[in-house]
Design a protein around this ligand. Structure first.
Ligand code: KIV
Length: 273
């Protein structure tokens, strides 16, 4: 699909290439995007995958949480991003309550791929979602399982807090990650997890592990675009870094981010838990 959009030949990133990058120790760089222009800039900067995240509820729509984002809204943004990507893989979030049962997940993941152009879907879940992941994998849907801080569960978790701090919680997350991988997840994503636990999960997993606030030992990194461009008003998460002050332009900041992730300079100790 990506090659059809290309002006000049360019090898598209696939789930298999991300796995190869883990095997070869090459760090995976990723950001969120919600529209054509930024997606094109991210692709040109060398992002390996681009996430149409349900963070769009907050950064695009000004809502307090990601919970109100609908299937139609995320498909709209995915359709804006998809035509911009020549190389990067397109990952799209499954909204809150869109994957409670395997039948819901199959129907909605199908829409993200058929209508939105998604090449891999991301869902927030624990080991309890393993059966859903298994059914998606059996149907040929690539899946990224999002563990640790799950913003869709903010009311259940009692806030946006670091997860897996004590040994019992760490053990549960290690087991959840194992079950989701065994069910067929192609990627794991860890949000707000102590660096040491993220290192254990990345070491145990055969699939790539992407971190956001999960330290430098993950196989790749992702940030919310608006955070790394310094556009987020008020509280900016400790794990993020504004790349604009040291850059001469937005493309310069995106390229600096890719270089910092690939070289292991980001995240630095001050971004870790
Ligand atoms: O929705 C989103 O932007 C995400 C990232 C925080 C990984 O899930």
């Amino acid at each position: 699909m990506n090659s059809a959009k290309s002006d000049k030949p360019c090898k598209p990133v696939t789930v298999a290439s991300l796995a190869r990058m883990k095997a070869e120790g090459e760090k995976i760089a990723s950001l969120t995007a919600y529209d054509f222009s930024f997606a094109r800039a991210l692709d040109a900067a060398g992002m390996d995958f681009v996430l149409v995240g349900d963070s769009l509820g907050m950064v695009m729509q000004g809502r307090a949480t990601t919970l109100p984002v609908t299937m139609d809204e995320i498909i709209y943004h995915s359709r804006c991003v998809a035509p911009a990507l020549r190389r990067a893989l397109l990952m799209v979030d499954m909204p809150f309550m869109s994957h409670v049962t395997a039948d819901d997940a199959l129907r909605n993941a199908g829409r993200l791929m058929k209508e939105g152009g998604a090449q891999i879907v991301k869902l927030e879940g624990t080991g309890a979602q393993a059966e859903v992941v298994r059914r998606l994998a059996q149907a040929g849907v690539p899946v990224c399982a999002h563990l640790g801080l799950r913003p869709q569960a903010v009311h259940k978790m009692g806030g946006y807090r670091v997860q897996g701090r004590d040994e019992a919680a760490a053990g549960i997350m290690l087991e959840d990650a194992r079950q989701l991988e065994e069910a067929g997840a192609d990627l794991l994503l860890l949000e707000c997890v102590p660096a040491e636990l993220a290192a254990r999960i990345s070491g145990q997993a055969r699939v790539p592990v992407i971190g956001i606030g999960a330290g430098p030992h993950c196989d790749g990194q992702i940030l919310v675009l608006q955070d790394m461009l310094g556009l987020t008003p008020g509280h900016v998460p400790k794990f993020s870094r504004n790349f604009m002050p040291d850059a001469d332009s937005i493309p310069g900041a995106l390229a600096a981010y890719v270089a910092a992730v690939k070289s292991g300079r980001f995240p630095a100790p001050e971004h870790c838990f």
